[in-house]
Write a protein that binds this ligand. Structure first.
Ligand SMILES: Cc1ncc(COP(=O)(O)O)c(C=O)c1O
Length: 405
């Protein structure tokens, strides 16, 4: 069978695949603890549901404009004013089917084959594949000092005449680390000076801990005009726990948005009207759910970090936000895919291998679950890996005997 070169180069989404594995195991009644999950467990905001049922009951469900309904754009414009202190026009905005699509059409708009796109590692799994889908070349940048905080010199060392764009995601998936204001302002100004595109993936920007303040990239732009190469993406998936609704957006200069809309028009057309209505409800409705999610996640992070201290030689960088702790388990196994598989097979704890995020030896542990899941999940991992723990463990009625150390 003949498959395209691009098709052959694209790997499966490891996170989605493991989520499917989790769903199958749960359905079989396995006592699975899902520490791999990338979605908050809180309920959809009531304003989203009210809006959704309203349009559903009308029985009039039609195509939408390719770049989003007027009402959706108004809600995004309001969001930009509130959280970015930036007044944009409807032509600066496109609503897409998730932030995933917003990034994908942005990349298709700006990249030619062989262009290079720089982003700090570890990185969200899809950046590499999305860049490859455009025939371009992903350039992950590992901070030279071994931290999760890239410095400008790390970026500069990787810039070539082929560099077309930089992507920053802060707070970051998978580390939860928030990049410093200095770094963000340096990158914004560097991109502006060099004429590079900058995609700011702000999907976790309201989920910050320890009193940390959001960094607004627009504060550092001089070019607030049609020459601006700044593209900001955001959406409802994480902050409103609306992953299933698939609504994200991009804000950029009008010409870019027009081309993005042309591309989206031939892919999916406009996002479903039902989902846009629900997203509008969430964005314009009562916001207390976001704060209560943030508080829950901060508490969960603290509990997880506390429990991880029980491990010898395991290192965890304290996340500033989002809902992941990226943990160095290399003392146990430098091959994170093998380690993740062992934990799933032996103690039914699902984790995401760091390899998929560009850093082997680490596991991404999610704090989205309940405190009980976090505590029990870490206990099971410890039992599986620590030769000093008792030889037997009970999961419900099931007795496990450790025979692999
Ligand atoms: C950093 C980052 N960007 C984008 C996305 C995609 O979000 P959406 O569900 O809106 O497509 C995710 C989802 O995991 C993410 O972690």
């Amino acid at each position: 069978m003949s498959i395209s070169l691009i098709g052959k180069s694209i790997g499966v989404s490891a996170t989605l695949l493991l989520n499917e594995t989790a769903a199958i195991m749960k359905a079989k009644g396995e006592p699975l603890i899902h520490l791999g999950c990338g979605e908050p467990q809180s309920k959809t905001p009531i304003d989203a549901i009210t809006n959704l049922t309203g349009i559903l009951n009308s029985g009039v469900i039609r195509y939408t404009p390719v770049d989003g309904t007027i009402e959706m754009k108004q809600a995004i414009i309001r969001y930009m004013e509130e959280y970015y202190d930036r007044k944009v026009e409807p032509e600066n905005v496109i609503a897409s089917s998730g932030v995933k699509q917003a990034i994908m059409v942005a990349l298709q708009t700006i990249l030619d084959p062989q262009d290079e796109v720089i982003f700090p590692a570890p990185y969200w799994v899809s950046y590499t594949e999305m860049v490859k889908l455009c025939g371009a070349i992903p350039v992950p940048v590992h901070p030279e000092d071994g931290t999760f905080h890239p410095r400008m010199q790390d970026i500069l060392q990787n810039v070539t005449s082929y560099t077309k764009a930089i992507i920053l995601n802060t707070p970051n998936n998978p580390t939860g680390v928030m990049y410093s204001e200095q770094f963000i302002s340096d990158v914004v100004q560097f991109c502006e000076k060099e004429g590079l595109y900058l995609i700011m993936d702000d999907i976790y920007h309201r989920l910050l801990f320890d009193g940390k303040k959001r960094v607004n990239c627009f504060k550092y732009t001089k070019e607030l005009n049609e020459n601006s190469k700044l593209i900001v993406v955001n959406g409802v998936s994480k902050q409103y726990a609306m992953t299933g609704f698939r609504i994200g957006w991009a804000v950029a200069n009008k010409k870019l948005i027009a081309v993005m809309s042309n591309i989206q028009g031939h892919q999916t057309a406009g996002p479903a009207v039902l989902l846009q209505k629900a997203a509008i409800g969430a964005i314009t409705g009562v916001q207390s759910g976001v704060e209560s999610l943030r508080l829950t996640l901060e508490n969960n992070r603290n509990v997880m970090l506390d429990r991880l201290r029980a491990f010898e030689g395991v290192k965890a960088t304290k996340p500033d936000g989002a809902f992941y702790v990226f943990v160095d388990f290399s003392v146990y196994d430098k091959d994170s895919s093998r380690l993740s598989k062992l934990l799933l097979d032996k103690v039914r704890v699902l984790t995401m291998p760091g390899f998929e995020f560009g850093l082997d030896g680490y596991l991404r542990l999610s704090t989205c679950g309940t405190i009980k899941d976090i505590i029990e999940g870490i206990e099971r991992i410890k039992w599986a890996l620590d030769p000093n723990s008792p030889n037997e463990l009970f999961i419900g009625e099931r007795k496990l005997v450790r025979d692999w150390l």
